[in-house]
Design a protein around this ligand. Structure first.
Ligand code: ATP
Ligand code: MG
Length: 420
C-alpha cells in the first residue's frame, strides 16, 4: 500500500519538530493576547468557492470537493480564514469583537506535489476581526517576525509588502490595468488571457516570462489609491520604519485570493527554491460582509508549517531533555527498575535541572541493553540487579564520559548526579 501523493507521514523526529513549532507559536500568540480557535476541516463548498474567488488558483484547480452521502457539496479546507469567517457569522461572534485568534491545522490543496508543496499540509495562522487600525496590521507583522526569529530564520526571510487599497481604488486600478493589458492581449500567456477576463490584478503575479516583461511597464496601483487608502498605507509604512522593520515595497505583490484589500505581505526566502513564501497574509475588510455577515474588518496571516520546519534551526525545535535508560540486570532487578522509573517520572521539578525522559530498556543481557541505551542517545544508564537490590544501591553510568558509580538508591543522591 502506498500513501496518497502529496501526503506525508510524521514519524517521531518530524512530529517532535511539529509539536515544538506549534508550541512556540501558541505561546507567542497567547502572549499577544490571542486565543485559540478550531474550526472543522471540511465546510460547505460555498464557504470557499464564494469567498476565495472563482478565478483564484485555489478554487479553480486546487480544492478537494465532493458530495457526501446526502449529496451536500463539501470541501476540505484549503486555508483557514474563510472557515473562521463562517464561524464568526454562524456563532454570532460580532458581539465579541475585537477578536484575536490563532489556529493550527491541516489544509488540503490538489497541487502538483514537490518539495515544500504538498496536498495535505499544515498552517499556523492568526486573524484579528473587528479592528481596522494600521497598528493591528503591524502587530500581526510583529508576531510573524518574532515567530521567524524564535526558530532562527528571521535573517533568511525578507518581508515584502504592498497595498491593494480599498474597493474603490481597486476598481479604478482594474480599469487602468485592463486598458493596458488589452494592448498586449495577443502576447499574454494562456492563463493570463483568462485572468484578463476574470481578475486582471492576478496577471501581475504571473511567473510566465512574457507576462513578466509586459508587467514591467504596467500601471501601478499606488497611483490609483484614493486618499483614505493612501493614508492607511502611509501609516503602516511609517510604523514599519519607526519600528526598525526591514521590508521591501513590492508593487507586484497581489496575493492569490480575491478577498484581500489594503495591506498585503509575504515573508519570502530564497532558500526553498520556487516554494519561497513561508508566511503570508493581509487585510480582508470585505470578507465577512461578502459571506452575509455584518460588515467586519479583518487582518491575518498563515504560514506553512512544513516550510518553516524545513528552514528552521533544528536546535531551536528540539526540546532540551535528559534521557535516562533503566536496565534490569536480572529478574530481581525488574521490579526495582519499574519502581525507580515511576519515582523518576514523578520526581519534583526542583530535583532536576532538565525535564527527564525515562525509558526502560528491554531485551537481551546487560551488555546488549547498554548498547541499546547508547543508541538511544541516553546521557545516563542506571543498572539494577540482585546485588543492588540487596544493598539498596544502584549503578549509574554516564554514557558520554564512561564514568560509572555505585550510589545509594535514593532519588536525592540520583538527582545530584543528574544535575552535574
Ligand atoms: P504559493 O505561492 O507557494 O502557492 P500561496 O500563496 O498559495 O503559496 P497561501 O495560500 O498564502 O499560499 O498560504 C500561506 C502559506 O501556506 C504559504 O506561504 C506556504 O508557506 C504554505 N503553503 C501553501 N500551499 C502549500 C502547499 N501546497 N504545501 C505546503 N505549504 C503550502
Ligand atoms: Mg498556491
Amino acid at each position: 500500500m502506498q500513501k496518497v501523493r502529496g501526503t506525508q507521514d510524521w514519524l517521531e523526529l518530524e512530529s517532535s519538530y511539529f509539536r515544538s513549532m506549534e508550541a512556540q507559536f501558541f505561546k507567542k500568540a497567547k502572549s499577544y493576547g490571542f486565543g485559540e480557535i478550531k474550526t472543522p476541516i471540511f465546510e460547505h463548498s460555498d464557504v470557499f468557492h464564494r469567498t476565495l474567488g472563482e478565478s483564484s488558483d485555489v478554487v479553480s484547480k486546487e480544492t478537494y470537493t465532493f458530495n457526501d452521502r446526502s449529496n451536500d457539496s463539501l470541501t476540505l479546507r484549503p486555508e483557514g480564514t474563510a472557515g473562521i469567517a463562517r464561524c464568526f457569522i454562524s456563532e454570532g461572534l460580532a458581539q465579541k469583537i475585537p477578536l484575536k485568534l490563532y489556529y493550527c491545522g491541516p489544509m488540503f490543496r490538489y497541487e502538483r506535489p514537490q518539495k515544500g508543496r504538498l496536498r495535505q499540509f499544515h498552517q499556523i495562522g492568526v486573524e484579528v476581526l473587528g479592528l481596522d487600525n494600521p497598528s493591528v496590521d503591524i502587530e500581526c507583522l510583529m508576531l510573524g517576525r518574532e515567530l521567524l526569529k524564535t526558530i532562527g530564520i528571521e535573517s533568511k526571510c525578507q518581508l515584502h509588502i504592498n497595498t491593494l487599497g480599498d474597493i474603490e481604488s481597486r476598481a479604478l486600478y482594474k480599469e487602468k490595468l485592463v486598458n493596458y493589458y488589452q494592448k498586449f492581449s495577443q502576447d499574454l500567456s494562456p492563463d493570463s488571457k483568462i485572468r484578463l477576463e476574470k481578475n486582471p490584478l492576478r496577471i501581475l503575479d504571473s511567473k510566465d516570462q512574457k507576462d513578466i516583461e509586459i508587467n514591467l511597464s504596467a500601471p501601478k496601483l499606488i497611483d490609483s489609491l484614493n486618499d483614505s487608502s493612501k493614508k492607511y498605507f502611509d501609516s503602516v509604512i511609517h510604523f514599519l520604519n519607526k519600528l526598525g522593520f526591514n521590508y521591501h515595497l513590492d508593487d507586484k505583490l497581489v496575493r492569490g485570493l480575491d478577498y484581500y484589500c489594503h495591506t498585503v505581505f509575504e515573508f519570502i526566502t530564497s532558500e526553498l527554491g520556487a516554494q519561497g513564501t513561508v508566511l503570508a497574509g493581509g487585510r480582508y475588510d470585505g470578507l465577512i460582509e461578502m459571506m452575509g455577515g455584518p460588515k467586519t474588518p479583518g487582518v491575518g496571516w498563515a504560514a506553512g508549517v512544513e516550510r518553516l520546519i524545513e528552514l528552521a534551526d533544528k536546535n531551536l525545535l528540539t526540546q532540551n531533555a535528559q534521557h535516562i535508560s533503566l536496565i534490569a540486570a536480572d529478574e530481581l532487578g525488574e521490579l526495582a527498575v519499574l519502581k525507580l522509573a515511576s519515582d523518576l517520572r514523578q520526581a519534583p521539578k526542583e530535583m532536576l535541572s532538565l525535564p527527564l525522559t525515562t525509558e526502560i530498556i528491554y531485551g537481551g543481557n546487560v551488555g546488549k541493553k547498554m548498547k541499546k541505551a547508547s543508541n538511544k542517545n541516553s546521557q545516563f544508564a542506571i543498572i539494577l540487579g540482585e546485588q543492588e537490590v540487596t544493598n539498596s544501591t544502584l549503578v549509574i553510568k554516564n554514557l558520554k564520559t564512561g564514568e560509572q558509580k555505585t550510589i545509594p538508591s535514593s532519588l536525592k543522591s540520583l538527582s545530584e548526579i543528574l544535575k552535574t
